[in-house]
Design a protein around this ligand. Sequence first.
Ligand SMILES: Cc1cc2nc3c(=O)[nH]c(=O)nc-3n(C[C@H](O)[C@H](O)[C@H](O)COP(=O)(O)OP(=O)(O)OC[C@H]3O[C@@H](n4cnc5c(N)ncnc54)[C@H](O)[C@@H]3O)c2cc1C
Length: 241
Amino acid sequence: MNAPILIVGAGHAGGRAALTLREEGYTGRLILIGDEPHVPYERPPLSKGLLQGSADLASCSLCDHERLNALGIEHIAGNPVTRLEPQQQRLQLADGQWLPYAGLLLATGGRARRLPQEQANVLYLRTHDEALALRDSLTPGTRLVVVGGGFIGLEVAATARGLGCEVTLLEAGPRLAGRVLPPVISEALLDLHRQQGVDVRVNVALASIQADGVLLVDGQRLPCDWVVVGIGMQPNIELAT
Ligand SMILES: Cc1cc2nc3c(=O)[nH]c(=O)nc-3n(C[C@H](O)[C@H](O)[C@H](O)COP(=O)(O)OP(=O)(O)OC[C@H]3O[C@@H](n4cnc5c(N)ncnc54)[C@H](O)[C@@H]3O)c2cc1C
């Protein structure tokens, strides 16, 4: 049998590419390889409907197992690619098996940028499973500190507030979403979040995260139950490099 086309990364790009190859008439063997345990899904609802409880994995998914099977797309889940040998046109999975390829698409996307300090009360939001863990934490009265005033941090703050949490949002820069929005929109977002009861603080530097709160560089302590960190993403370029 001819070597397959391999798609590494079963996210939006990888999943969509596999479906498009079939839609455009590619009939050869096609394998979609992901490190997450799920079929490809869209991430935007994770910080919106999924946190609110109005969306679930099925409604976020690009397709289900039946559609992948019907299209002859083999899906290897929860088994990341760990090694690439382009000269030999093959790659290795975490479980040790080698797969040859005729064509290769790297669609490995990115991961949440993490703070150097790991702490049990710190949550991130990049994957479906992280969104579920966060959703379970957002019960009424929960004290939440959100680190990062970009899209993810703001969406989490808004949703958590809507669910009855006490939310403080810390932004290191002088304004919200400062890298992607003009000042007038940052101002509007600031007003809106404050009106909704989010304690938004800008120009704030985090010193450390403790088991029961966060410590700011100016010595102030903010007690909380959970810290959600939304400080951007890091591209998954290790394999390509
Ligand atoms: C909470 C949240 C909300 C968002 N909201 C919006 C929005 O409202 N609007 C908008 O435009 N964008 C939004 N985005 C951004 C959007 O989701 C991303 O741009 C999109 O996910 C990029 O898709 P991708 O397939 O390129 O990468 P990814 O979604 O990162 O998918 C790549 C996949 O490859 C996997 N992978 C990496 N390395 C390997 C390996 N070695 N082996 C196997 N698999 C591997 C990764 O784990 C991941 O599953 C949001 C993102 C998040 C996290």
